[in-house]
Design a protein around this ligand. Structure first.
Ligand code: SF4
Length: 305
């Protein structure tokens, strides 16, 4: 593990996707803070070189004194993956964030809520597995008792097979969540052009390897887009994809993004899918969006200041 220092991280060798190496020796600044009606807080952070990222704090129970607190942190400033439904995907990639910057994001949420962060999720801006070394270093630091003491860590990825295999081989004590969003190859290629190079078969193999090597289940995330990926053939394709995997399906409700034409599926459609999946022996649930009114929900992050 690399020691992670908040606020002054030395020159960092970024992963291949990073356009530059940065040296952040000044404190980041919170340039915007918004509070949702449901108590979710969104922060826009500016790092010393001008790169922006967003962090979301999600309280459970009483927002003023939450019984549980989740931090959703960004791993990159912007994102190169260009997912068709996502506001961040339109920003393009500015750069990878350093391990220290990732830890700082989570510390920020704990400090603002005045309590320990229970769960940290790499699900903000960016593709976490495109910034693998910083992610792994940061999560070790977040988890450490003399660090932030975060109990649960989740990595949400578009599905980069090499990174999934590395997480498994490294026995990283995290929950792996894969954004599938379509189990038909042509549709997935359209919705998620950044992972077009990896076929669904290749992704399935990597997830099966993860199940066997890490000994952990995977969460298959499926964003339900009305009239796009919520047909009967889509459900059948999803069931087929889950065969042979220890997988739990999380059906996500889409949050509209200005200028992007997708609409959410009805809640009824999601509920029916959930029942159908359960009947076929695949555990499934429907996730309610949090913080949509301050553009803090999945797919809405775009560093608005
Ligand atoms: S959904 Fe995630 S991976 Fe896709 S463009 Fe948005 S931030 Fe990037």
């Amino acid at each position: 593990m690399t020691n992670v220092r908040i606020g002054c991280d030395g020159p960092h060798h970024a992963a291949d996707a990073s356009p530059e190496v940065v040296d952040s020796c000044l404190d980041p600044q919170v340039v915007a803070r918004q509070v949702s009606a449901d108590g979710t807080r969104k922060y826009v952070v500016r790092f010393p070189d001008g790169a922006l990222a967003e962090v979301v704090g999600i309280p459970y129970g009483d927002p003023a004194a939450p019984s549980r607190l989740t931090a959703c942190f960004s791993t990159q400033s912007g994102c190169a993956m260009r997912c068709a439904f996502c506001a961040t995907g339109r920003l393009g990639l500015t750069r990878n964030l350093t391990a220290a910057e990732l830890v700082w994001e989570v510390a920020l949420v704990g400090r603002d809520f005045g309590r320990q962060v229970d769960c940290a999720i790499a699900m903000g801006q960016g593709e976490p597995l495109a910034n693998y070394d910083a992610l792994v270093d940061a999560m070790a630091d977040m988890r450490a008792d003399d660090g932030l003491g975060v109990k649960d860590l989740t990595v949400s990825t578009c599905g980069i097979p090499e990174g999934i295999r590395s997480l498994a081989a490294d026995r990283a004590p995290v929950t792996l969540a894969v954004s599938l969003h379509a189990a038909r190859q042509e549709l997935r290629d359209e919705l998620m052009p950044g992972v077009r190079a990896f076929s669904l078969g290749c992704l399935h193999d990597a997830l099966a390897y993860y199940n066997a090597t890490a000994g952990r289940y995977v969460v298959v995330q499926y964003l339900m887009l009305g009239g796009v990926n919520d047909g009967h053939n889509d459900l059948e394709a999803l069931v087929a994809f889950c065969q042979g995997l220890d997988a739990r399906v999380s059906l996500l409700q889409y949050n509209r993004v200005e200028g992007i034409p997708f609409v959410p599926s009805t809640f009824g459609a999601a509920a029916l899918w959930c029942m159908e999946l359960s009947d076929r022996g695949i555990p499934a649930g429907v996730n309610n969006p949090r913080g949509a009114d301050v553009h803090a929900a999945c797919g809405q992050l775009a560093a608005r200041t």
